[in-house]
Design a protein around this ligand. Sequence first.
Ligand code: GSH
Length: 196
Amino acid sequence: MKLYGDRQSGNCLKVVYTAQRLGLPVVWQDIDIMQGQSRTPEFLALSPQGQVPVLQLEDGRVLAQSNAIIRYLARDTPLLPADPYLQAKTDEWLFWEQYSHELYIAVCRFQMHYLKKPKAAREPWRVERGEAALDLMEAHLSSYEWLVGDTLTIAHIALYAYTHVAAEGGFNLQSRPSVRAWVARCAGLLPAEPDV
Ligand SMILES: N[C@@H](CCC(=O)N[C@@H](CS)C(=O)NCC(=O)O)C(=O)O
């Protein structure tokens, strides 16, 4: 399989973490989004959404959307619980990550980390929603060790991707001890330096 990705993108790292955790061989193809490489005619022919990550299967078929990709890779493995309720709870967190977390925390990180804008340039409404997402995680994780189930799943990989670098988007984890403990728990089970 071939993974088209940008090395600094948390959405791409989700796929790398999942593949490495499962021991799946994936060939990395660099796409520099800052150079517009996800919007070239060649890339758009591969994936009209014009964003990374994109996974190309061995038979040539293509999958976009990070959480769809990790869900595909994790099927029939402990990273996606088989129990119907736990599987749906895993999906619940995956959808929540895309709608209520990534849009705020990852985009603030993009503005500061990729575009080198100052913290003060972040839109207040986006910051407010990012803070609310982290507060929701803190509230859940102060009662439970994991977001769902009792071990690492793709729900954790999806949320770890941008939560552990939330400071790069101007968010403070110091005041969120349960999130920090969970980040450390995930980090202990994931490669420190993904081999991409
Ligand atoms: N919902 C998508 C978001 C993908 C996304 O935002 N990708 C960014 C990098 S993190 C990208 O390719 N940006 C370049 C562009 O939009 O041209 C996913 O989860 O895969």
